[in-house]
Design a protein around this ligand. Structure first.
Ligand SMILES: Nc1nc2c(ncn2[C@@H]2O[C@H](COP(=O)(O)OP(=O)(O)OP(=O)(O)O)[C@@H](O)[C@H]2O)c(=O)[nH]1
Ligand SMILES: [Mg+2]
Length: 434
């Protein structure tokens, strides 16, 4: 965790050359620093032009703008320095300020101070990061919606609903062994309604997460069924070697593609079968299996020779039967396709969206979100489901405990206070100067 009392400095504009660069300084009180650079007086939101003597050789005329605490992004005193847009100049200016009492800011440290000083909520901070990192109009739109509070409102609603459930459980603990509580059934109904609401929110949050972070797809199945053929079709180039020889793909082959403006990270893998005596293929199979755990969705392909192939992936799965041009024997539980003849490609693409509940137009996604949010919601959901499985009012104490934990998980979406290290870790994924 960073020290919160230091005066920090970083370049906040992109690295490289340009008309101007912006360096930002933030600290509890910049009065001493101002004295050191010869500023006698500067008011909130006032700018002045000042020539700084940076070292024996260099002077630079800068525009300095002051934001007085708490009226700044970090909530502290902030000085913004505009200088000529040259990375060497920026370095000399930063070195000058390091010598007179500043410290280099870590990634996301300005934003973290803004959060800790209640200038922005945690979800706003994440949305700002998403907005800056957005690579498509859809991502930009979704993070702008989050920044305007759309996601936070949903989380607030969940927190409020959960609070009501907890109030009931906790206030009735003492009465539960006296007589059957009259309104216990209603409480259970409300709990079920809330579980459904949270499941819906998780599904929406998931599709937002996929928009921001992309979707990890593993193409798997027995050997020689057309996995690499599908890889090449989806990536629209010869990414993997295709051949009629069984066991062609041994390594993991990864390539990204965009479908309906969502990024899909595709993994072509070695065909999984038990009988391999080739140590390299065996290693490829082990790699393919380990990747399944990390995927968001699995595309399992079989062909007419492996119809009864079945694996329980514990992941959303799209089951495909390829080569229907050879065998007319279609499988009821699979998408029947002929990749060679480009039949069924659209169905596979559509299935990716349907299986993951992603709207097929990315601009319909309601807000931006991250794995951190979906994971916390899923933990919360597990606690709620355990609470709901305790069907007697005699278990009210235990129910209350599970609700408390569910509530902590949801609360952590907005305030990941549980550990300072975690807070530092989250902000450190932001860029320097932000
Ligand atoms: N008839 C027919 N052949 C196909 C079809 N799709 C792929 N093939 C052929 O099946 C063979 C195997 O295709 P690949 O894409 O290499 O299969 P794979 O699953 O990646 O194979 P491994 O990497 O060895 O596990 C190639 O000769 C393809 O041309 C199809 O729809 N119909
Ligand atoms: Mg292959």
């Amino acid at each position: 965790m960073y020290s919160l009392t230091d005066t920090i400095i970083a370049c906040s504009s992109p690295p490289g050359r340009g008309a101007i660069s912006i360096i930002r300084i933030s600290g509890g009180d910049l009065t001493e620093l101002f004295k050191k650079i010869g500023i006698k007086k500067i008011g909130n939101k006032e700018s002045l032009v000042k020539e700084l003597q940076l070292n024996n050789d260099f002077k630079e005329k800068c525009v300095l703008t002051f934001f007085k605490s708490p009226n700044s992004f970090t909530g502290e005193d902030v000085l913004e320095i505009n200088c000529h847009g040259n990375p060497l100049m920026v370095e000399i200016i930063i070195n000058f300020f390091l010598k007179i009492g500043c410290r280099k800011a870590g990634p996301g440290e300005f934003t973290m101070r803004g959060f800790l000083n209640n200038k922005i909520s945690f979800l706003e901070a994440e949305a700002i990061d998403d907005l800056i990192s957005a690579e498509s109009e859809e991502q930009l739109l979704a993070s702008a919606k989050s920044l305007s509070g759309k996601f936070e409102k949903k989380v607030d609603e969940a927190i409020k609903d959960l609070k009501q459930l907890r109030v009931y459980a906790e206030s009735n603990i003492d009465f539960s062994d006296q007589e059957i509580l009259e309104d216990f059934d209603e409480f259970r109904r409300n709990l079920t309604i809330f579980i459904r609401k949270l499941e819906e929110l998780i599904s929406k949050t998931n599709s937002s997460k996929y928009l921001i972070e992309g979707v990890k797809v593993v193409i798997t199945g027995p050997p020689n069924v057309g996995k690499s053929t599908l890889m090449n079709i989806l990536t629209e180039e010869k990414t993997s070697i295709v051949s009629e020889i069984q066991g062609t793909t041994r390594d993991l082959v990864q390539k990204s593609c965009k479908i309906n403006n969502i990024n899909f990270s595709l993994y072509d893998t070695a065909g999984i079968h038990e009988g391999s005596s080739d140590p390299i293929e065996q290693e490829g199979i082990a790699l393919a299996k380990s990747l399944l755990d990390k995927s968001d969705v699995v595309i399992e392909i079989v062909d007419n020779t492996s119809d009864d192939y079945f694996v329980n992936y514990k992941k959303p799965v799209i089951r495909v039967k390829n080569k229907i041009d050879i065998s007319q024997d279609v499988s009821e539980n699979r998408l029947n396709v002929s990749l060679l003849n480009r039949i069924g490609i659209k169905e596979i693409k559509d299935a990716l969206f349907d299986t993951l509940n992603i709207p097929n137009q990315a601009k319909l996604i309601s807000f931006s979100a991250r794995s951190r949010h979906t994971e916390l919601m899923k933990h919360s959901l597990n606690e709620l489901k355990t609470a709901a499985s305790l069907s007697s009012d005699k278990n009210l104490e235990l129910i209350a405990e599970h609700l408390r934990r569910a509530s902590n998980f949801i609360g952590e979406i907005k305030s990941p206070y549980s550990s300072d290290d975690l807070l530092g870790e989250i902000f450190s994924s932001f860029c320097i100067g932000k």
